[in-house]
Design a protein around this ligand. Structure first.
Ligand SMILES: [Zn+2]
Length: 240
């Protein structure tokens, strides 16, 4: 079991290193940094969306204004005509009615256009306010983010020596492990964060499946890799 013992020691060293890395990644400053990172991304998306919306509204506004102005110009013309018709004895009641209906319709269309303009202006104002408050909040978050990033770098730096020792230890241990076993270990690691499972009461310590006698015998007599048929972890018998 000497080959497997070396591999087991390698895994233990790797777990120790990972624990330090996990600590560095989960300090209050780092967690807050991650939160702010997400927040900033969301805020940037909101800002982009609002910028686009405001641009579209501002393109609509002159068109709408122009439309209302045209209607108002026509109304003025038709109102003038109505005055003329009233003074003209030869004009018929039918002509008068037609003109009045037309003027009413123009008035309705103008009211509608004015309502739309007002609501568009309100939309622009609302979007602009939201844009400004989001920009302000994002700028505040960015400042906090930059400060925290410095803190996180300092935290990482403070543990750099410790990490270097772990790396050194792993490199030393890696030399003691059979290269073929190490390669297999790394392959199993793609599926299991901790590739080697100890055998506990004739069960795989990883997935808890009972191991057949023949397999237990094989593990006891082989100094190499035997994988759990259920989960694929490398089995290790610590008793030997
Ligand atoms: Zn298993």
């Amino acid at each position: 079991m000497r080959k497997m013992e070396a591999l087991w020691a390698y895994q233990e060293a790797e777990i120790a290193k990972n624990a330090v890395e996990a600590e560095i990644r989960s300090t209050p400053a780092r967690l807050q940094l991650n939160k702010l990172h997400k927040q900033l991304k969301n805020q940037q998306a909101v800002i982009a969306k609002l910028t686009e919306d405001i641009e579209i509204y501002e393109q609509q506004l002159p068109k709408l204004t122009e439309q209302v102005e045209k209607l108002e110009a026509r109304l003025e013309v038709e109102s003038g005509e109505l005055v003329t018709i009233r003074q003209d004895d030869e004009s018929t009641a039918e002509e008068m009615t037609e003109l009045k209906v037309d003027i009413e319709r123009l008035n309705r269309e103008i009211s509608q256009g004015v309502r739309e303009t007002k609501s568009l202006l309100a939309e622009i104002e609302k979007a602009t306010e939201e844009y400004q408050s989001t920009v302000k909040a994002a700028s505040k978050a960015k400042k906090e983010y930059d400060t925290l990033r410095v803190t996180c770098e300092e935290e990482k730096e403070a543990r750099a020596g410790e990490m270097a020792k772990h790396d050194q230890n792993l490199a030393t241990l890696a030399k003691t492990v059979d290269p073929a076993l190490l390669e297999r270990f790394n392959q199993v690691k793609l599926h299991h964060a901790v590739p080697i499972a100890k055998i506990v009461n004739s069960k795989c310590g990883g997935c808890n499946m009972s191991l057949p006698m023949v397999m237990l015998k094989k593990i006891a007599t082989t100094d190499g890799i035997v994988e759990c048929e259920n989960c694929g972890r490398i089995l290790y018998s610590a008793n030997d």
